[in-house]
Design a protein around this ligand. Structure first.
Ligand SMILES: CC(C)(COP(=O)(O)OP(=O)(O)OC[C@H]1O[C@@H](n2cnc3c(N)ncnc32)[C@H](O)[C@@H]1OP(=O)(O)O)[C@@H](O)C(=O)NCCC(=O)NCCS
Length: 158
């Protein structure tokens, strides 16, 4: 991992950089787009990788219910991929999950093999709490969802 890249909690001033990182990847169909407004609304969920002034990675941990959180908006800039930063962001989210006394965390991903490699298990989307689907109505892919649901932690179906 590069010495110049730092992982830290996001500041509101990072929102533009997060959007600039995420939305080109969303245009390529690799993840879902995020509006600037939704990034600000959820900025306390985010952690980022910064290289100087540039945002080169992002991941958000969103609490959904008393026993479950979601990892959202995981993105690594193409020029720093395959150096362990995606794993570092997911591990940072998982650390927070357990520090919040939540037993499990899920994600909806177009890259399920990456999460499986990190110990997540594929599950039926329908087994997730119903509340989670309220955000789906705003998704550009709704109702034709191609994301795979994966879960990590106690009650992961293993
Ligand atoms: C998927 C993504 C986050 C991976 O980030 P990364 O920094 O390149 O991955 P890492 O270097 O941390 O990889 C960690 C491990 O996962 C493996 N891995 C990485 N990408 C993988 C993939 N697509 N499928 C399976 N395994 C993968 C690596 O080989 C590595 O294995 P190791 O620890 O045994 O050496 C990154 O490619 C990305 O941002 N892609 C575009 C957006 C995206 O797909 N987001 C996911 C949410 S939909």
């Amino acid at each position: 991992m590069s010495e110049t890249i730092k992982l830290r909690r996001a500041f509101p001033s990072d929102a533009d950089g997060i959007r600039e990182l995420v939305n080109p990847l969303a245009s390529d169909g690799l993840m879902l787009p995020r509006s600037l407004s939704s990034i600000y609304d959820n900025i306390r969920d985010f952690r980022v990788l910064v290289d100087g002034e540039r945002i080169v990675g992002s991941a958000a941990l969103h609490i959904c219910w008393k026993d479950i959180a979601e990892i959202r908006t995981l993105a690594i800039s193409e020029d720093i991929r395959s150096r362990g930063w995606g794993k570092a962001l997911v591990e940072d989210c998982i650390k927070e999950v357990f520090s919040l006394n939540l037993p499990r965390v899920f994600t909806l991903s177009f890259t399920p093999e990456f999460f499986k490699h990190l110990g997540f298990s594929e599950i039926e989307k329908e087994s997730l709490p119903q509340k989670i689907w309220k955000d789906c109505i705003h998704c550009p892919h709704f109702p034709d969802c191609k994301e795979v649901a994966l879960i990590y932690g106690v009650g992961n179906g293993e």
